[in-house]
Each structure stands twice: as structure tokens, then as C-alpha cells.
Design a protein around this ligand. Structure first.
Ligand SMILES: *Cc1c(COP(=O)(O)O)cnc(C)c1O
Length: 219
């Protein structure tokens, strides 16, 4: 597995406006350093404790993205340094992120995770929940978070048409919400696409792809 080569091959296929998150969950520091030395500066992890341990050990010019489900009681560990939280799916979680961000006198960028897959999943907001959230007075009062877009995961399937349909539905919601601007809400980024489906995601308007196994190998 040549990490630098894998990274380069993927970057060659990405349009210039698409950001690449190297998903390094479960991988050792040596692998992350290999990607870092090849120029990669955005890393994604799905567990706060593991991300924090890696943040402590890795160079400080890295942007750390939390891509997994976030437990409210663990937000405090990443609040000082996290660059973007992809999987925000409740007002309660946003309130806690806001509270911790305030302690560090910073504004933490977040994406709202939307439930788009046809298959059963526990995570993500349904369309009506999403609208309810951003129109609520409690949300509008949060000053230390900024919603910069949406995140979604397609069904785990070989059916490319279904994946495309699901990504397209997220793009439609994104386009609908984009004009909606509040001090803490400015839709610019659409995080969708993993190793198996990122090419379809980009065709559907993704601006952030989260790629793990195609860079670092299987887990
Ligand atoms: C693990 C993970 C990825 C990367 O998956 P690969 O198939 O290894 O590219 C992307 N997004 C989320 C939310 C993940 O948990």
C-alpha cells in the first residue's frame, strides 16, 4: 500500500473546488505521517478520543474533521482544535458544541447530517427535522457555531442509480437552503462521497469527499 501514490491518484481525479478529507480512523500515526509528508493536511476521524490522541502527536498545521456520530459528553475534548464537525444531527448537540466553543472563544464550523439513505440508519436529520431545527429560535441564538453546509451518506449498495438518487436528493435540499442566511448559517459545503461512491457524489455536486480505504487500505 503506497499511501502517497494513492493520494496522488485520487487528487488527480478531483475537481479543484473539491476538498479531500483523508479518513484515517483505526490507522497508526506512521500512516498519517506518510499522508502528511505527501502534502495532505485534512484528516477525518470518527472517534473523538482517537482523534484527540492523533492531534496531540501530529504536526499542528493539520485540520481535523470529526466525521462520525458525536456524543454530547465528548464534545469538550475536541472543542479547542476541531476544524469541522460533519455529523451534527440534533439541536441538543449544537447547544453543547456552542457551549464548549464559547469556553475557547471560538466559532466551530459544523455540517448538519441529513438522512438520505433508503436503508435503515440511526443517524441524520429527516428533511422536516432539518427545517424545524434551523428555523427554531433556540438555534438562531447560538453564536459560537456556524453551519457551513450539509453531510450525508448514501445506502451501502452496488446500485449506482440508487446512490445517485440519494446524493441528488441531498443536493436539492442544499440548493433549497443555500439562500437561507443567518449570522450562524451559511451553506457553502456539501460533504458526500466515500471511497466507493465519491465519483458519483462529485457529479451530484459534492464539495467535500471523505476517503479512507482507497488511501490507507482496508480496515
Ligand atoms: C469510514 C468513513 C468514511 C470513509 O470510508 P471509506 O469507504 O474507507 O472511504 C467516510 N465517511 C464516514 C462517515 C466514515 O465513517
Amino acid at each position: 500500500m503506497n499511501i502517497a501514490e494513492n493520494l496522488q491518484n485520487i487528487k488527480n481525479t478531483l475537481p479543484e473546488h473539491v476538498h479531500l478529507v483523508a479518513v484515517s480512523k483505526t490507522k497508526p500515526i506512521a500512516d498519517l505521517l506518510e499522508a502528511y509528508n505527501a502534502g495532505q493536511r485534512i484528516f477525518g476521524e470518527n472517534k473523538i478520543q482517537e482523534m484527540t490522541e492523533k492531534w496531540e502527536q501530529m504536526p499542528k498545521d493539520i485540520q481535523w474533521h470529526m466525521i462520525g456520530h458525536v456524543q454530547t459528553n465528548k464534545v469538550k475534548y475536541m472543542a479547542p482544535y476541531v476544524s469541522l464537525i460533519h455529523g451534527v444531527d440534533s439541536l441538543k448537540l449544537l447547544v453543547e458544541i456552542n457551549r464548549q466553543a464559547k469556553k475557547w472563544r471560538r466559532v466551530i464550523p459544523c455540517l448538519l447530517q441529513v438522512y438520505i439513505a433508503t436503508e435503515e440508519s440511526k443517524f441524520g436529520l429527516a428533511h422536516d427535522e432539518l427545517l424545524q431545527l434551523i428555523h427554531s429560535e433556540e438555534f438562531k441564538a447560538l453564536e459560537n457555531i456556524k453551519i457551513i453546509g450539509l453531510m450525508g451518506m448514501a445506502s451501502f449498495t452496488e446500485d449506482a442509480d440508487l446512490i445517485r438518487k440519494e446524493f441528488q436528493s441531498l443536493k436539492d435540499i442544499f440548493d433549497y437552503l443555500q439562500p437561507y442566511q443567518l449570522p450562524n448559517c451559511h451553506f457553502q459545503q456539501l460533504s458526500m462521497g466515500m471511497s466507493g461512491d465519491y465519483k458519483i457524489a462529485i457529479e451530484c455536486g459534492s464539495t467535500i469527499v471523505r476517503i479512507g480505504s482507497s488511501i490507507f487500505g482496508g480496515r
